[in-house]
Design a binder for this molecule. Sequence first.
Ligand code: PXP
Length: 259
Amino acid sequence: MLKLGVNIDHVATVREARYRGRGFGEPDPVAAARICEAAGAHGITAHLREDRRHMQDRDIWKLRETVKTRLNLEMANVPEIITIALKLKPDIVCIVPERRTEVTTEGGLEVAGAESSLTETRQKMNDAGIEVSLFIAPDEKQIEASARVGSQFVELHTGQFAEEFHRWVEATDEPAREDARPTDLPELQRLISGAKQAHALGLKVNAGHGLNYENLPTLFAAPHLVELNIGHSIVSRAVLVGLESAVKDMLRLMKDYRG
Ligand code: PXP
């Protein structure tokens, strides 16, 4: 069964927009995590950025106490956050690139250029009982390098796919009907071959970034997916219909995944 990890950074983003630096305020991402889990989410994802723009340290410690499913800590491969992760002991860390000027994580990790430091971090995490995922573009070289690093998972970056899907919808003005899914999108084809390659190399395959209720059924052409990490579209829908419904709607869609 395809699993859903809900990224709740966006809940903290709303709080920080009003209460930045004050150590309190709503909405509370920990309360959001509880609702997501009660609605059936299989995991909670939070990114402790070096600039602390959304999640704060107190959030992730409370999340560690509260989350009953799996806590996935997204993090840059930097000493400060590595130290925190090793103490926090999330179930899994997903190593991502971080640029201070980006709105959200934009590109995939350059694994091929940082194999030795990523292998060292991967080993430290595994020794502490924490699984490791690397957030990468569906690129042959990055997938091969991820296998050499020895990570348990890769998370394939679906941001480009989401952009292409959006351009296709705009250009065709077509509701995304079952028979009108754009399965020939180049980025979807890259995700399909990337998922096959990663699976063949013994990596478990997650995917995430930019996934929403419209583009998800098209992504289902990609095989071997274990978990999707989805944040913005769920939190956005939650503003209109509530978080519980938003999570349940996503889980309902995900039931159609055939692997
Ligand atoms: N996966 C990773 C590694 C991310 O950095 C993000 C964005 O924080 C997501 C998944 C979720 O992306 P979105 O918020 O667009 O659903």
